[in-house]
Design a protein around this ligand. Structure first.
Ligand SMILES: Cc1cc2nc3c(=O)[nH]c(=O)nc-3n(C[C@H](O)[C@H](O)[C@H](O)COP(=O)(O)O)c2cc1C
Length: 248
C-alpha cells in the first residue's frame, strides 16, 4: 500500500482478535516509537507494557474499554517522564525548578506523543490496529499508584495494539483550508462549518457501527459542556510540577 494511503486509511480499532503479537514485533513497535524526534533529545517518556491481567482489567474499568479485547493484544501506558532526566541532572544541580516548569511539562508531553504516533504508524503498516486510551486519566491518581509513578511523571494515555476484528470507515477530517492558513490565523467561516457538519452527519448516519444522528459541532458542544478531569491539575502538582514559577 502507498504510504499516504496507509496514513489516510487510519481508523481506531475497538475490537481485537485472539492473536498475540510476537516478541519481535513488540520490539519493533518500541523501536519505531523511540525513533521519533525528541526536543533537545531529552527522550522524556517511558512506555509501560501492562501484562498483569488484574492490572489490565482495572485499567479497562477505569478507562471504559472492557469490551475491546485489549487482553488479546498489548496494552502500553505512555508516561510523560522527566524523572529520568531529573535523576541525571540532580547529580550536578539539585534545583527542581527547570523540571517543574510548564515548558518542561510540554516538552515531555510532545515527546511522548511523537513516540506514540510513530508506534501507531508502524503498527498500522503491519496490519495491526490501535486505539489510544485517554480514558486512563479518568482516575489519574489511581493509575499513577498502580504503576508506582514517581515525581515528574504523568500517565498521558494508553494504547491498545492488536490484530483488529474489523476495519471501521474512515472519519472525514476537517477540510484542508480550515487547518492550513496562509500567513496568519483565520477563524473558520460558518458556511464552511455547515458544510463539514453535513459531511459528518452523513458519516455518522451511514457508518456500519454505532450509527447516530449528530453533527461535528454538536459533538464538540457536548464535549466541552463541562470542565473535564479538573483533578489533573492537583495531580500535576502532586507529581512536583509547579506552573506558577513566575510568582516564586
Ligand atoms: C490522546 C487520545 C486519547 C483517546 N482516548 C480514547 C479512549 O479512551 N477510548 C476510545 O475508545 N478512543 C479514544 N481515542 C480515539 C479517538 O476517539 C479517535 O482517534 C477519534 O475519534 C478519531 O477517530 P479515528 O482514530 O478512528 O480516525 C483517543 C484518541 C487520542 C488521540
Amino acid at each position: 500500500m502507498d504510504f499516504l494511503e496507509q496514513l489516510t486509511s487510519h481508523t481506531s480499532a475497538r475490537s481485537f482478535r485472539e492473536k498475540a503479537l510476537s516478541e519481535q514485533l513488540k520490539q519493533q513497535l518500541i523501536q519505531a516509537a523511540q525513533s521519533g524526534s525528541s526536543s533537545n533529545f531529552v527522550q522524556a517518556y517511558s512506555i509501560i507494557e501492562v501484562k498483569n491481567p488484574e492490572k489490565l482489567a482495572e485499567i479497562a474499568t477505569i478507562a471504559n474499554f472492557s469490551g475491546y479485547g485489549a487482553e488479546h493484544g498489548v496494552f502500553y501506558l505512555f508516561v510523560a517522564d522527566l524523572n529520568r532526566n531529573y535523576q541525571i541532572a540532580k547529580r550536578a544541580n539539585r534545583d527542581l525548578a527547570a523540571f517543574a516548569s510548564m515548558e518542561s511539562f510540554l516538552v515531555s508531553v510532545v515527546d511522548t506523543t511523537i513516540a506514540a504516533q510513530n508506534m501507531t504508524v508502524y503498527a498500522e503498516s503491519q496490519d495491526l490496529g490501535i486505539c489510544y486510551i485517554g480514558g486512563i486519566r479518568n482516575d489519574i491518581f489511581r493509575v499513577a499508584e498502580m504503576f508506582n509513578l514517581p515525581q515528574l511523571t504523568v500517565p498521558l494515555f494508553g494504547m491498545i495494539v492488536g490484530y483488529p476484528n474489523e476495519k471501521n470507515e474512515v472519519k472525514p477530517r476537517l477540510f484542508q483550508d480550515v487547518i492550513v492558513q496562509i500567513d496568519g490565523y483565520q477563524e473558520m467561516e460558518e458556511v464552511t462549518l455547515d458544510n463539514y457538519d453535513a459531511v459528518m452527519q452523513t458519516y455518522y448516519q451511514q457508518r456500519s457501527n454505532n450509527t447516530q444522528q449528530a453533527t461535528w459541532s454538536q459533538k464538540i458542544q457536548e464535549h466541552f459542556k463541562i470542565n473535564r478531569r479538573p483533578e489533573v491539575t492537583d495531580f500535576l502538582q502532586k507529581q512536583g510540577f509547579d506552573f506558577f514559577e513566575k510568582n516564586r
